[in-house]
Design a protein around this ligand. Sequence first.
Ligand SMILES: Cc1ncc(COP(=O)(O)O)c(C=O)c1O
Length: 379
Amino acid sequence: MGNHQALSWLDEVAARRRDAGLRRELHPRSAGLEPVDLASNDYLGLVRHREVLAGAAAALGRWGAGATGSRLVTGTTTEHELLELELAEFVGAESGLVFSSGYTANLGAVTALSGKGSLIVSDAGSHASLVDACRLSRARVQVSPRGDVDAVRDALATRTEERALVLTDSVFSADGDLAPVRELHRVCREYGAVLVVDEAHAIGVRGDGGRGLVHEVGLAGEPDLVITATLSKSLASQGGVVLGDARIRAHLVDAARTFIFDTGLAPAAVGAARAALAVLRREPERAGAVLGRAADLARIAGVPEPESAVVSVVLGDPQRAFDAARACRERGLHVGCFRPPSVPAGTSRLRLTARANLTDQEMALIGEVLTDVLAGAPA
Ligand SMILES: Cc1ncc(COP(=O)(O)O)c(C=O)c1O
């Protein structure tokens, strides 16, 4: 009885969400019956690559199933250190520090580099993990409109705090468009702030051989620029990384709570990420292939050519987006469906993600199904 009353608010919240078309469902994938994937973040098509599986298996065999402890105690293997060196070298940064996820990398980097008495200026399109990092930081937080460099300049110029951090995704995850990273860095340099760029959707996709947008715009190795990234998208594994000046790495080891109070990344995930990075280095054309397939998807969906692997097809109403995603699924296409709070109200959408290894046969099916579904044809 007591229990029942204590949880009754959940029924009300669930009913409200259902009425607004905002209830979420889990769809377990069953091996062998997988639809064509236009929803995952496996941009380079490496998640089942022979060498990636072998990299994971070798690390698993050598180090066991878990990292066994925090990075500061027993959770750092030589494999972790090699991955950090390889990732840093790849993007042109001085050093790297691996976290258990991209989420914890953002929380750790932002909270350790800010704090009471500092200012954070965060782009309105920043990923939820950066938003949560702001909330945990105890800094004064100012949200700047999407890609608005003048607003960032104003915030930095009028601040009373000595230290300031500016946060942005380089490729915005919902729309797939690019942040003005070069201009933001110029403003940060002018006003003595540090720029944190989340390259989750840019590594493996943008820049020379997938080195990311920071590298593409010529800012690799700048000491006042910090890159964060996930290993779970192009690098086909799990985990996250912070890349930048060696002093920043040393400070995070001392002070980043999600580094210190979290078990190290599992060795198999480290081995998989290292192998995926090796494949990308050997086959840099995979980065271009993703953008080519994204352009093909955009043409089919009748939306502008994207600047990343993300093709956003805005339908407006959440129920309409949900129904369209379900119609795609019933015909063998798994597409993403983004609704509030992931995107602003009125912009619910299908979110298609391109893969470097989409075959012509898959593209033919995609063309048929998407054209029908978007024209409102019955599934
Ligand atoms: C822009 C961005 N940053 C960070 C993350 C979090 O990374 P992870 O899934 O490794 O926690 C994601 C999504 O997963 C993301 O899209």
